[in-house]
Design a protein around this ligand. Sequence first.
Ligand code: TRP
Length: 367
Amino acid sequence: MTDHLPTDNLSYDTFAASVQRSKELEADFLKNPHKHRVLTGDRPTGDLHIGHLFGSLQNRVRLAKLGVESFIVIADYQVLTDRDVFDRIAECTMNLAIDYIAAGLDPDSGHVFIFPHSCVPELNQLMLPFLNLVSIAELERNPTVKEEIEAAKMARMNAGMFTYPVHQAADILFCNATAIPVGKDQLPHIELTRVIARRFNAKYAVDGKPVFREPQALLSETPSILGLDGGKKMSKSRNNSITLKASEDETAKIIKTATTDSERMITYDPLHRPQVANLLDIAALCSGETPQKIADSIGNGGGGKLKEYLTEHLNAYLRPLRARRAELEKDPAYVRKAINTGIDRARAVGADTLLNVRKAMNMYTPG
Ligand code: TRP
């Protein structure tokens, strides 16, 4: 029997190599911003919080401000993989777009495009050829999917969950993105995308002319922000996050409930006092002081003083973003127009790619 699958290796264990490539990519951005195209995205499942803001949103805003063309995908199909609740997807899509724009991703710049992937048929169509380029065993080994299945407590895994990383490859390759600013948990999907691009080119490229570029992850420098209950990642479902949308009072309230420890003297010791260090890290990101300096200035003031400091600086830091957010909420027509423009641009780029893909695969071309 012939093996229809390529025999090159897909390794998910590439963290060190990804970090190195990410550094090189960063340097090239500053030299050649216009050579690049950024693509990133989120699932529209709830409001973005400060973990997203410091961890990835600000990195995207920085790149967009360098003039790099940026596609931001709202991954609404991915929501269907592990949620039974879908009655709010449209609302969450609008909300997510509002968070993006308020954070500084400016659709009026002419090079920032926000779109739900379900609205781009050309992108979705890439899923079918791509599915033939990976093996079931390779998908089974994906560590992020494994974790998500566990977290979702799925009795039986649906094929959508199993194959969504291939769909994510379509998200990335439909526009031939070069750089994907993401967190560490997304690296397996980027690795899969790179392999799909490579295998597609190896199998179908005409005259050795590649159809796809191999994209690279761009890792953020910011330390990952923990939830306010300490220990675990900040996440809406764990009720340990401060959303961008929250009012100043709500922000104060949730900071008051943050877990610290029994020691009164405030010191910056991420290893032994992770909860206190986390609050100091967030405060430092907002005030521009180092966490050590903030700890010194609070000293014997204890957890109460630290929380007051954090509340004041975080609210001040988020004030302009929240004001812009409130304006956007009152102007859904503007947000819808921005999304529609994003969809138009994504469809035009996707149509070009799909045509190249179809030609390379020797498919019948209508018309
Ligand atoms: N999988 C990502 C998440 O769960 C969301 C996502 C979908 C994405 N498509 C993408 C991220 C493309 C980066 C690039 O958060």
